[in-house]
Design a binder for this molecule. Structure first.
Ligand code: DOR
Length: 444
């Protein structure tokens, strides 16, 4: 007897879409076949909808500990499962920052029993925590996050020898935020000279310039090649940077590349309407850049699509340019925004599944997640590609209570999200008991 049986699903997995039944037992996918006749405690008739491996978001900021007026693990993971995300990897720019294994374990303790999705936490880098990085247990964290450009939190790593040492000694993937801070500081100085504090938000993409992105991304790539480091470059934003990466399967790559949903959705024309709401780092750039990133997703130079979910309160966001923080909440509508782009013809559904799930599991060597395979954990999402809905504030689960997608009609709803075999989101409600678990790795 299955705990849960999903029948008549169009299962999207490893490049194929097939009509299958999926039986779940003890949190895992127990059987996959064209027709399963065993009894089940609960049956979901998928009636031609699509069943995907849940999205694994390798870049979120859930703000705990220390910044919980913006969000916390309970609220933001609730929004994540409502958006079809079953696993997240969370960033170290919290208070105190995650710069040693004690801080890391504190975060796992905070997530236990409170997280609706599975969780992993990054170990941060600073200009002076090399010894902690060298001592890292590879099973304790998804990767080492380096801010090679300053952003929210004071975590910039800019000492050249420290960067060399981290790249040389890392035993697990190194993840970088790439923007050249001195170049940005110079453009900020010029903008201040011209506009004072009232810098128009539409200049954000010029202030945090394409040149600053290219310089820093190139530097990270050079360091990875020199030291043989497994490098994952986060949230790329410019057409020029796409040329720095190669197509091909993730397994064969030393260096992988990421795009984020907001850079695939918005462009500089949206600053007029959304202003500070879409101020983020790296900045949203032009429609031509967005098009180049979409092409790179399709030709394999972009390996992973994530969110960089970065909530801030509306009060903070309503400040003038220099004091309005960068970042926006995204997890609840990230996958829907990608499904909408499938309907619009920008992507194949199989490509979206590869970039949001399979490739993340491959890059970070996650154990038994990221695929619809017998024996794997039952982290699944049932989506309706045809269903249109409008994003409304009342339905947002974010603690900050706003979204850059508000009042937007999206085509592609998240009908059911299953985490470790449990229905974590049924399209209207969350499971009473959060089902998220700490992820494990195939790292020996
Ligand atoms: O826009 C951003 N916000 N980019 C980052 O790198 C950090 C993030 C945040 O934590 O707010």
């Amino acid at each position: 007897m299955f705990d849960l049986l999903i029948v008549n699903a169009r299962v999207v997995n490893e490049g194929t879409i097939r009509e299958l039944d999926v039986g779940i037992l003890d949190g895992r996918i127990d059987a996959i076949a064209p027709s399963l006749s065993r009894d089940a405690k609960k049956v979901i008739d998928a009636r031609g909808r699509y069943l995907l491996p849940g999205m694994i978001d390798d870049q979120v900021h859930f703000r705990e500990p220390g910044l919980t007026s913006k969000g916390d693990m309970a609220t933001e993971s609730a929004a994540a499962v409502a958006g079809g995300i079953t696993t997240y990897m969370e960033m170290p720019n919290v208070k105190p920052p995650t710069l040693d294994s004690q801080a890391l374990e504190n975060k796992y303790a905070l997530a236990r029993g409170r997280s609706h999705a599975n969780y992993a936490f990054y170990h941060g880098a600073s200009n002076d925590n090399l010894e902690a990085i060298k001592a890292l247990d590879p099973s304790a964290t998804c990767g080492i996050k380096i801010f090679m450009g300053a952003s929210t939190g004071n975590m910039l790593v800019d000492a050249p020898q420290t960067l060399e040492d981290i790249f040389a000694s890392a035993k697990i993937p190194v993840i970088t935020h790439c923007e050249d801070t001195p170049m940005i500081q110079e453009s900020e100085r010029q903008a201040r000279e011209r506009f004072g504090e009232q810098v128009p938000f539409s200049l954000h993409g010029e202030i945090r310039s394409r040149e600053a992105c290219y310089k820093s991304s190139s530097m990270a790539i050079d360091l990875a090649r020199k030291h043989g480091t497994r490098l994952h470059v986060l949230h790329l934003t410019t057409a020029e940077e796409m040329a720095l990466f190669e197509p091909g399967p993730v397994e064969g790559k030393l260096i992988t590349a990421e795009a984020c949903v907001h850079h695939l959705w918005f462009c500089d024309e949206d600053y007029e309407r959304l202003g500070s709401w879409i101020k983020c780092n790296p900045a949203i750039k032009t429609a031509a850049d967005r098009q180049a990133i979409r092409e790179a997703v399709n030709d394999g130079r972009i390996d992973i699509v994530a969110t960089d979910h970065a909530p801030h309160t509306l009060e903070e966001k309503n400040n003038p340019y220099f004091s309005a923080p960068s970042g926006m909440p995204l997890v609840q509508h990230a996958l829907s925004s990608l499904l909408d782009q499938v309907s619009a013809g920008h992507f194949e559904l199989t490509t979206i599944v590869e970039k949001t799930s399979h490739n993340v599991a491959r890059r970070f060597e996650l154990e038994d997640r990221g695929f619809v395979r017998e024996g794997y954990m039952a982290d699944l999402v049932l989506v309706d590609l045809e269903k249109r809905f409008t994003v409304i504030r009342d339905e947002l689960l974010y603690k900050c209570g706003w979204s850059p997608f508000e009042n937007k009609a999206l085509r592609g709803s998240i009908d059911t999200t299953i985490v470790n075999g449990v229905v974590a989101w049924d399209g209207k409600r969350l499971a009473e008991a959060p089902a998220g678990e700490r992820v494990t790795y195939r790292r020996r």
